[in-house]
Design a protein around this ligand. Structure first.
Ligand SMILES: Cc1ncc(C[n+]2csc(CCOP(=O)(O)OP(=O)(O)O)c2C)c(N)n1
Ligand SMILES: [Mg+2]
Length: 356
């Protein structure tokens, strides 16, 4: 990583932190409604992961989803407007915090059902195989999702069919108020991959450099060898599960102790000590990020509310998959039908294809 790349990633981590600090304020002021789950403390995972993707790669996430979008380059203005339910939002204000999408950036959205998006990630990987491209899918989820049936279904089929998906558990030690140790029969969650013969590993999720190294290998394996990987990133969320969490399941001392390994501070130290970047430069960057967030808030506040006439828009996709009888006459359905079948014998990738 050269200096420019390192500073870009540092800026992305700061942007997530400052953006979400403002989100918390806006929520208290009643300007953001619904649920709001903050990613603060986990920035190294999302930023490290996004820094490795190609523009044509995909990702899909749980409801704790703002950070990945910002790291992937979604405009903070359109994200803030989305969280405020305004028309200028990336999903026209109808997705909100948990359900916005940014398909041009390969963002297939947040999902409120724990583990519900893992089979979707497998489907995305399957579509890559059918189209015979070398894209990859990153699928982010929490430690709580590993106890859902969908996790096991998705891992099994991904290993069986050789789907190019990297499954990333962000073990932040709690699923709502339940400690991971009270919910999982095994301590090392990544070892669950052994049941499906899947390559697996864990990584310090507070250290962006370690995250980049580990995920870099997993992404390469998906791209070149069409093999999934299960990665467990050990991390910590500083804020409550959502804004309504009283936090009685952990002590203040525990949170403070974890904050000593803050991913932003850790990376700042690396930038100063190993890359010779002076502290005032990092402070100037922080000021600039704060100004960018102020601008995003102003944009969101000035953006209008969606008109009531649009209430029934964007609910269903007019798709042959949803209306098969009507779609019989539709040429798109006949084309789609071909892709919609799982072949009896899944075509093996030839050695030449893998190596090319
Ligand atoms: C299938 C399902 N069960 C329960 C819930 C309620 N719920 C929402 S978030 C959550 C905790 C998930 O924790 P984890 O997967 O560790 O993610 P984190 O919030 O820590 O990022 C639960 C139980 C849900 N949304 N979906
Ligand atoms: Mg968790």
């Amino acid at each position: 990583m050269n200096k420019d790349e390192a500073l870009t990633q540092y800026r992305a981590m700061l942007l997530i932190r400052r953006f979400e600090e403002r989100c918390a304020q806006l929520y208290v002021e009643g300007k953001i409604g619904g649920f709001l789950h903050l990613y603060i403390g986990q920035e190294a995972v999302g930023v490290g992961a996004m820094s490795l993707l190609r523009p044509d790669d995909y990702f899909i996430t749980s409801y704790r989803d703002h950070g990945y979008a910002l790291a992937r380059g979604t405009d903070p203005r359109s994200l803030m407007a989305e969280l405020c339910g305004k028309v200028g939002g990336i999903s026209r204000g109808k997705g909100g915090s948990m359900h916005f999408y940014d398909v041009p950036r390969g963002n297939f959205g947040g999902d409120g059902i724990v583990g519900g998006h893992l089979p979707v990630a497998a489907g995305m990987g399957y579509s890559i195989r059918l189209r015979e491209t070398d894209q990859v899918v990153l699928c982010f989820f929490g430690d709580g999702a590993v106890n859902e049936g969908a996790f096991h279904e998705a891992l099994n089929v991904s290993a069986l069919w050789g789907l190019p998906v990297v499954f990333i558990i962000e073990n932040n030690r709690y699923g709502m108020g339940t400690a991971t140790t009270r919910a999982s029969s095994v301590k090392d969650l990544y070892q669950r991959g052994s049941a499906y013969g899947m390559p697996r590993t864990d990584v310090d999720g507070m250290d962006i450099l370690a995250v980049r190294e580990t995920l870099g290998e997993a992404i390469e394996r998906a791209r070149k060898s069409k093999q999934p990987t299960l990665v467990e990133a050990e991390t910590y969320r500083y804020r409550g599960h959502s804004m309504s969490d009283p936090g009685k399941y952990r002590t203040k001392e525990e949170v403070e102790k974890m904050m000593q390994h803050d991913p932003v501070l850790l990376f700042a130290k690396h930038l100063q000590e190993e890359m010779g970047i002076p502290e005032p430069d990092l402070q100037a960057l922080d000021k600039d990020v704060i100004a960018q967030v102020d601008d995003a808030v102003q944009y969101a506040e000035e953006s209008p509310w969606p008109s009531p006439d649009t209430l029934y828009e964007d609910v269903y996709v007019r798709s042959p998959y949803i209306h098969p009888r009507a779609a019989e006459k539709d040429p798109a359905w006949r084309a789609a039908e071909k892709e919609d079948r799982v072949p009896e014998v899944f075509p093996a990738w030839s050695k030449a294809e893998v190596e090319s």
